[in-house]
Design a protein around this ligand. Structure first.
Ligand SMILES: [Zn+2]
Length: 338
């Protein structure tokens, strides 16, 4: 029974419920990336759908840009009330615009919890990579926590993408990426490759303008619509979710456009076939396996919790490296509570 000694993180205070719940020694609960308002302090790491609330909490700890993006994506939710609390220090997460990790300090015991949310350790475009802080407890995303997911250097991936965009200049291209994140990087790469026009869907244009208001970046993209005639040299950036919609097939039929997909999953050839892409690139907003291991080593925690993706596999790998490590599972009581 280690739970009674609050000075040493026991593992009993971190749970996956609706979001990740961390209970501090005075019973204050921090809920990270929950869908409903619960707990004493709400933390929102970034504005991706799988981290975002359904009902806005009364107040939330997040960056100003994440709040603006969340408001744009959850229009019905109204304005978000942001707060800062002494327990939480926000750290640049490097994942997407506005994303933050949380370094949470228990005011009574001094125990520090690092909740990463989604991260990337790579400096790229307008993002500064996540710099892991030292902490006693690490709660880390493990989207690509399996050894086969090792990505090329960022400059190499970007050069491959711009090279392909240059080679295919005699055709229009459809580039698929998440509306927040990949979509903006694809616009910048298409511009860098000298594509004549960069066009985006309405959803991406909305995200673009929020980011442009907060960061020193301009996407210079045109809104596409049903009346847009796609020509050779054009690049149309679309949300990943639209890939299997009928309008995409008719664009390809009419214009001979090529389709490209961008994701860390592109390491696996099934990604290309499933998406029926002409080309795929492992452009990711997450750490690869080696980068994840480096994050854990830098934080040097007493215990690691893994979640998302290869959570079990990565936890087992860390155990092999000598770390106390567990995959977070919904509604599972930590072993230490028994
Ligand atoms: Zn994300």
């Amino acid at each position: 029974m280690t739970g009674s000694n609050a000075r040493s993180p026991s593992g009993t205070e971190v749970r996956l419920r609706d979001g990740v719940e961390i209970e501090l020694s005075d019973s204050t609960t921090v809920v990270a990336d929950g869908t409903r308002s619960a707990g004493d302090i709400a933390f929102l790491s970034h504005a991706h759908g799988d981290h975002l609330y359904d009902d806005p909490p009364e107040s939330v700890v997040c960056s100003a840009l994440t709040a603006a993006l969340a408001e744009a994506r959850r229009e019905e939710g109204g304005p978000l009330s942001r707060e800062t609390v002494p327990e939480i220090d926000l750290r640049l997460a490097g994942h997407v615009a506005g994303s933050r990790a949380a370094l949470i300090t228990d005011p009574d015991t001094g125990v520090q919890y690092c909740y990463t949310g989604d991260i990337s350790t790579r400096d790229r475009f307008y993002l500064t990579g996540f710099e892991p802080p030292e902490a006693d407890v690490l709660i880390v995303e493990t989207t690509y926590g399996s050894p086969e997911y090792v990505f090329p250097e960022q400059s190499e991936i970007e050069a491959e993408i711009t090279g392909w965009l240059e080679e295919t200049m005699d055709r229009p291209v459809l580039l698929f990426g998440y509306s927040l994140g990949r979509a903006q990087k694809l616009q910048l790469l298409a511009k860098r490759a000298g594509r004549s026009r960069v066009l985006v869907s309405k959803a991406i244009a909305t995200i673009n303008s929020v980011i442009e208001d907060h960061l020193d970046v301009a996407f210079d993209a045109e809104r596409s619509g049903p009346e847009t005639d796609l020509e050779a040299g054009d690049a149309l950036v679309l949300p990943t979710g639209t890939n299997n919609l009928a309008f995409v097939d008719s664009i390809i039929e009419e214009t001979g456009a090529l389709k490209a997909g961008f994701s860390g999953w592109a390491i696996d050839s099934a990604f290309r076939y499933r998406g029926d892409y002409d080309m795929t690139f492992p452009l990711s907003d997450h750490p690869d396996f080696a980068e994840l291991v480096a994050v854990v080593e830098a934080v040097d925690p007493e215990i690691v919790y893994t979640h998302h993706g290869f959570a079990e596999e990565f936890a087992t790998h860390l155990t092999g490296l000598g770390y106390e490590s567990r995959a977070l599972k919904a509604n599972q009581t930590a072993l230490g509570e028994f």
